[in-house]
Design a protein around this ligand. Structure first.
Ligand code: NOJ
Length: 564
């Protein structure tokens, strides 16, 4: 007896904490991470810009929504040319967003609510106002001379660009600097010079910045434009894509010598080495791949690189085309359990899913379809990213005149490329002034007129709202272990209107049926079982039993049921 007690107490003393820790360290494998664009979420001081205290004020809302973590888009000092993606100090807080004390308070309050915090680490480039760049540009011999990608010009006058490389923000990726009489390289705006990752001192400084934030308790980073870190040292021209022009009118090229170079993997491993020192540390990769096989390369041969690459290929299908969605989902589900995809439908760089998938639909139908999107995002295997406002069905509100545009790419690319302001408008909290986002007369982007109807306060009261669907979906996902590690299996794979699949774990099988069409669809799902008890549905009551041999799902309906 005494021996048994001893074994038991040893178990509680040693094994349990280890078990708890293991689960904790792996939180990211089944997480829901909510992206906050800090400028647009909550303005606590009435200056028209969102800020850190504005995020802290809304943590209870996020807790109730049921997310595991937040990713804050860049909140570091920045001239804000690209709204924070041009960092001028990697280890401080932008004064317009608050102080370090505000950040620490946000961390402490998030921790109380068990919400993890991820920061956006802009690794490829800094701002041209970063002291590193100012020093680097001051001469060819200063201590930071080699911290950026400097090259001599070519041609008789040595003033022609070294390669045909094109910036993703339009026009040549080379900018002439008259002090150094050289060009510097910028994959994005000219105010965002590329750091030279071949320089060990740059690497050391960046890993140091990562440690600075991890020591403050953040759980990791979303790595910005992570596949653009290196360029071909031999300066080959990129292959021309004949007859193709980009939105800025440039002859388009394949970014063969400026993107996804093999050297990036060494950096991913080194970064992972940093985050691995902290339990639960995670690296999210901003990548745009087409297939799971391509994604697989970024986890690393020993799964020692990026933890969570964004599975953008699924959520940016942009068509209510079941066959296409199924093909991509089935492909993603071939990733082994050791490799977790981060599902995503919305972010700050793309029109909102409300509009991308809403073609030809009225608002009521779009609201229905927003629930189909929620279920497609949150029921397959993997982790998931949400973007503020997605949970209430915020729409894209694109500027109608060039003079209104804030986003640099919208100003360069107008009218073909209208920029990304439309998906960055203030969060719609209520039908009060500025949608409850701010008390300012001039929020940095106009609040869309839809805020009168589409807002958190109104949707909170409506049991059928998109918001309440998200809450229920997140609760189900959290509470039912099948969504964590259950196997995925496509069902009725020839049906071109309805996406259906099962998730199966030792606890049982759950059937997910999502009607992507604007008509009711009846089909036979009895291969999965005779009946299913409703877990979550847009048309049948919770706990109600549904026969599976002829299940009718209304237009844009969602059915999730426990197979009996
Ligand atoms: C990707 C970010 O998501 C985008 O917003 C930014 O403009 C570019 N990287 C440059 O940092």
């Amino acid at each position: 007896m005494i021996k048994r007690l001893l074994v038991l107490s040893l178990f509680f003393a040693f094994a349990l904490p280890v078990l708890a820790q293991t689960t904790d360290a792996d939180w990211w494998r089944h997480a829901v991470i909510y992206e906050i664009y800090p400028r647009s979420f909550g303005d606590s001081n009435g200056d028209g810009l969102g800020d850190l205290n504005g995020i802290t004020e809304h943590l209870d809302y996020l807790k109730e929504l049921g997310v595991d973590g937040i990713w804050i888009s860049p909140c570091f000092p920045s001239p804000q040319v690209d709204f924070g993606y041009d960092v001028s100090d990697y280890t401080a807080i932008a004064p317009e967003y608050g102080t370090m004390a505000d950040f620490d308070r946000l961390m402490a309050e998030a921790k109380k609510r068990n919400i993890r915090v991820l920061l956006d680490f802009v690794v490829n480039h800094s701002s041209d106002k970063h002291p590193w760049f100012i020093e680097s540009a001051s001469s060819r011999t200063n201590p930071k001379a080699d911290w950026y990608v400097w090259k001599d010009g070519i041609g008789a006058d040595k003033k022609q660009v070294p390669t045909n490389w094109i910036s993703l923000f339009g026009h040549s990726a080379w900018e002439w600097d008259s002090k150094r009489n050289q060009f510097y390289y910028h994959m994005f705006a000219k105010e965002q010079p590329d750091l030279n990752w071949r320089n060990p001192e740059v690497q050391k400084a960046m890993y140091g910045a990562m440690r600075f934030w991890m020591d403050k308790g953040v759980s990791g980073f979303r790595l910005d434009a992570v596949d653009t870190l290196f360029e071909d040292p031999n300066l080959h021209d990129d292959p021309i894509l004949p007859g193709k022009k980009n939105a800025y009118g440039d002859q388009d090229v394949e970014h063969k010598y400026t993107q996804d170079l093999p050297e990036t993997h060494d950096v991913y491993r080194a970064m992972r080495h940093v985050t691995n020192q902290y339990p639960g540390g995670v690296l999210v990769g901003e990548v745009y791949f087409d297939t799971a096989a391509q994604m697989a390369t970024i986890y690393g041969k020993n799964n020692d690189e990026i933890n969570l690459p964004m599975a953008t290929q699924l959520g940016f299908t942009n068509k209510r085309d079941v066959s296409e969605i199924r093909r991509k989902l089935d492909d993603l589900m071939t990733l082994p359990a050791t490799q977790t995809a981060l599902m995503v439908f919305d972010n700050h760089d793309n029109a909102r899913s409300w509009d991308r998938y809403g073609n030809g639909l009225n608002d009521a139908q779009r609201a229905q379809f927003a629930k189909v999107v929620a279920a497609t995002l949150l029921t397959p295997r993997g982790s998931a990213l949400m973007y503020y406002g997605q949970e209430i069905g915020m729409k894209t509100t694109t500027p109608t005149r060039r003079e209104e545009v804030k986003d640099p790419i919208g100003r360069t690319g107008w009218p073909k490329e209208k920029g990304r302001d439309g998906e960055r408008t203030p969060m719609q909290w209520s039908n009060a002034k500025d949608a409850g986002f701010s008390s300012s007369d001039h929020p940095w982007l106009p609040v869309p007129p839809t805020f009168k109807q589409v807002n958190v306060a109104a949707e909170d009261k409506d049991p059928n709202s998109v918001l309440n669907f998200y809450r229920a979906m997140l609760k189900l996902r959290r509470e039912n272990p099948v969504f964590r590690d259950g196997d995925y299996k496509g069902v009725n794979e020839n049906n071109s209107n309805v996406l259906a699949f099962t998730r199966t774990s030792p606890q049982g099988t759950v059937l997910v049926v999502l009607n992507y069409s604007d008509k009711a669809q009846t089909a036979d799902y009895s291969q999965s079982g005779k009946e299913a008890r409703t877990l979550l549905s847009t048309f049948s009551k919770s706990d109600g039993a549904q026969k599976l041999n002829a299940l009718t799902v209304p237009a844009f309906g969602v059915f999730i049921g426990q197979v009996q």
